[in-house]
Design a protein. Sequence first.
Length: 55
Amino acid sequence: MLSWAVVFLIIAIVAAVFGFSGIAGVATNIAWILFVVGLILAIVFMVMGRRGPPI
């Protein structure tokens, strides 16, 4: 998860350099959506906990 967050941060910085226009703005929106989905999945998996293998 941490590596994905770093990738999203880099995408956001590159988009900021280009002024959030055109493709840079779209890339920022996609990165934000994927980040939120990843965060929700991380919370769900934390709540569910890790289960052992079935016997």
